[in-house]
Design a protein around this ligand. Structure first.
Ligand code: ADP
Ligand code: MG
Length: 723
């Protein structure tokens, strides 16, 4: 195609001339240079204001207006020093992306001049017109207002590009009736809930910790392809993935891409992405080639989950924004190309106490190890008990192409603990039944714990939820989604387990039981009740599907099956118990997720019809004419090719089938949803998705016969390998 020729020219020029600007050297001082960080706050704020702000940040103490006013003045002056002209309350509505509305610092004065102004009120609260953000029926248009509320636990930063400089204030987004319209509010609530319950458990172990933070390190996979390809594919622009595309002669079978050397132009792009993220305090650390051709990964060092979630959104936005500057397009979709690996986002997750301990770190003493086992068992119970919710938290039309396919974690949620840790739980279960005497537990299992492997040796790439030495890694999360909801579900589910554990142990201790004995008995119970969720084998195998079904584990194969978990009686009970989301907020989210699913599939189907009618069919008819003409010419000349005639029949059949299937899809999408989104979603899944697959099949068959010069779209071979 023409785009391919342009791309080849651009790539060749780049190879000869190199990047337009050489990257400047990076120093440690560049990190967080545009963040109103703790260090900056200490310098810029009056001492007492600084102290009170830190108490709010570290301990959740309420913040009064005089403190807010003082912070506002300082943050404004600091932002102006950096050349900011505007500020924005930045938030995460239920759309999946972030939202911002910019306001100038400048205010006119009555004498015809202007001053820069920014009050505590403006820092704390904003009022964007919320009427166009999804609310899932929580808000009718006449009460459309929502407000944004400053989240002091995530430090403001300056968003600086050649085109403008803006102070960004991370905020929560809430309706006037106090319902959460975003992802940050429930995340903050879930972090709080987990902290409270974890502290109860720690106290029983004699710890002085007064807070527990959730820690999170998300690894982002993505594709980069030449921008010419992107701009000429309606499917990539409209749906984020290719809806047609024949399998290339070479895919990823040679496995020569993973950890291979990074192409120069891609490296230049990565470098600029890192520079920008560095400046706003995102601690990006790792970059490498991923398994599929033109697939890469970027990973930060873990942070407090709320900040990590904000930063993760910025990672995605920065990748998308910077790539075009290097003539590239970044694809964050879970499955941009059929037949090769899709992209995920491994969310590494743990808990840390205010004394600086990672609670999922196996300790060096038996005492520490019992505590570790208790927290580990809490996660095991949480994942087992709320497996449906965890599955739901990663469900989307895009992720349906990954989960359960032979490359990504399956739709069945299970935990990989590794042989050693599994063995320890098995021993505990047996040992403690054998002897309830004090110390029995320690001798059978816990003493060996410090030898737990913490390196990459004991890994299982197929598990959706794996213990990796000192943290869990939730691998079913998708490349394109916010990590907020998976984090929320995990936090609230683990909070529920820790609450249960604390209550049981407090009761036992109150009755005068020996603490370690009580812990031993509880661990046995937790292991017995939840060990069905442990699976260390190959999650991709058919045997596991059967085994999991025997164990009674949920297998929610697609988004439509998984989403209703969100508003199940069990979910409502859990979320309301910890005041993370109420029934209405949950139902609203279910509604929004279903609508998002329906809209995504609809956009894909419409785009396919467009491409079928305006790109592929004309090319197919053109080729059909060519073949027909050469058959006719042969006939006229009296030399008839049998093979040419066969080809004519073959292409005619393809064209017929293609036209018929285009018609079928067109008719299918004309079906109106009757306002009942779950029913509509089932229709999309059962009728539209198969009709799309049927159309693609013929479209791809046509691609493999039409002459390359006449093919109107960049091919897989070109998009994935010309770089
Ligand atoms: P890999 O999984 O590729 O071997 P690492 O084990 O180094 O890589 O870590 C992957 C991610 O897990 C990184 O983002 C890292 O910061 C994060 N991580 C490490 N420790 C924790 C923790 N305690 N809590 C949350 N994330 C963590
Ligand atoms: Mg990893």
């Amino acid at each position: 195609s023409a785009a391919s020729r342009e791309a080849i020219r651009a790539i060749r020029d780049w190879a000869v001339n190199g990047p337009v600007a050489r990257p400047t050297p990076r120093s440690a001082n560049d990190f967080g240079r545009l963040v109103f960080s703790d260090a900056v706050q200490r310098i810029k704020l009056p001492r007492d204001v600084y102290k009170r702000l830190r108490r709010t940040i570290n301990r959740g103490e309420p913040l009064d207006e005089s403190v807010a006013d003082a912070v506002a003045v300082a943050v404004k002056d600091w932002a102006l020093e950096h050349g900011a002209t505007h500020y924005t309350h930045w938030f995460q509505p239920l759309t999946g992306i972030t939202a911002e509305k910019h306001d100038a610092f400048l205010s006119p004065t009555p004498d015809g001049k202007a001053v820069t102004e920014f009050s505590g009120k403006e820092l704390i609260k904003g009022e964007p017109d919320a009427s166009s953000f999804p609310s899932g029926g929580m808000r009718s248009t006449f009460e459309a207002r929502g407000y944004t509320a400053w989240d002091p636990t995530s430090p403001p930063w300056i968003y600086k590009t050649a085109s403008g400089t803006t102070l960004v204030i991370p905020t929560a987004f809430i309706s006037w009736t106090g319902e959460s319209l975003d992802k940050k509010t429930p995340l903050l609530r879930s972090i709080e809930a987990l902290s409270k319950q974890a502290v109860r458990v720690l106290k029983l172990f004699g710890s002085k910790a007064d807070r527990v933070t959730t820690t999170c390190g998300p690894e982002q996979e993505y594709f980069l392809i030449d921008a010419h390809f992107y701009y000429t594919r309606p499917d990539l622009i409209g749906a984020g993935r290719t809806l047609f595309g024949a399998k290339p002669p070479k895919g990823q079978e040679l496995e020569d891409q993973y950890f291979g050397s990074i192409p120069e132009r891609v490296l230049a792009c990565m470098r600029e992405v890192e520079d920008e993220l560095y400046a706003i305090g995102v601690p990006v650390k790792t970059r490498h080639n991923e398994v599929a051709p033109s697939q890469y990964e970027i990973a930060p060092i873990f942070e407090q989950a709320n900040v990590a979630t904000d930063h993760q959104m910025m990672v995605m936005e920065t990748l998308k924004r910077v790539a075009p500057k290097h003539g590239l397009a970044c694809l964050l979709h879970e499955k941009p190309f059929a037949g090769i690996n899709g992209s995920g986002k491994h969310v590494n997750w743990s808990m840390g106490d205010s004394e600086g301990n990672n609670l999922l770190n196996p300790g060096d003493t038996p005492h520490d190890n019992i505590q570790f086992l208790v927290f580990c068992a809490a996660v095991m119970r949480a994942v087992n008990k709320y497996q449906g919710l965890l599955r739901m938290s990663v469900a989307s039309a895009g992720n349906d192409h990954r989960l359960g396919a032979n490359e990504a974690p399956p739709a069945i949620i299970s935990i990989f603990l590794g042989d050693m840790l599994t063995g320890i739980f098995e021993q505990i279960e047996k040992g403690a039944t054998r002897s309830t005497t004090h110390g029995g537990l320690l001798e059978t299992g816990v003493d060996v714990l410090p030898k737990l492997p913490r390196d990459a040796g004991d890994r299982n790439r197929t598990s959706p939820f794996a213990f990796t030495g000192n943290k869990f890694e939730f691998r079913a999360v998708s490349s394109n989604q916010s990590i907020a909801f998976p984090n929320i579900v995990l936090n609230v589910a683990v909070a529920d387990s820790l609450d249960y554990i604390a209550t049981e142990l407090e009761k036992a201790v109150e009755k005068g039981a020996d603490f370690e004995d009580a812990v031993g008995k509880l661990l046995v119970k937790l292991t017995k009740e939840n060990k069905q969720i442990i699976f260390n084998g190959n999650n991709y195998s058919d045997a596991w599907q059967k085994e999991a079904s025997k164990r009674g584990l949920l297998n929610l194969r697609n988004t439509v099956d998984a989403l209703p978990q969100l508003a199940s009686a069990e979910a409502v009970k859990l979320f309301e118990a910890y005041k993370v989301l109420n029934k209405r907020e949950l139902e609203a989210r279910l509604e929004i997720n279903l609508e998002t699913y329906n809209k995504s599939i609809n956009v894909e189907a419409q785009t396919m019809v467009l491409m079928a009618n305006r790109y592929i069919l004309p090319a197919a008819l053109g080729y059909l004419t060519q073949v027909a003409q050469s058959v006719a010419a042969g006939k006229a000349a009296g030399v008839q090719s049998k093979e040419a005639k066969k080809l004519l029949v073959h292409v005619t059949k393809l064209v017929d089938a293609f036209k018929q299937r285009t018609e079928a899809l067109t008719i299918a999408i004309a079906h109106e949803g009757n306002g009942e989104s779950l029913k509509h979603a089932k229709y999309m899944r059962d009728k539209i998705v198969p009709a799309m697959a049927a159309l693609r099949e013929v479209g791809d068959a046509i691609e493999s016969v039409v002459p390359s010069n006449d093919w109107p779209l960049p091919t897989y071979r070109e998009m994935l390998f010309i770089k």
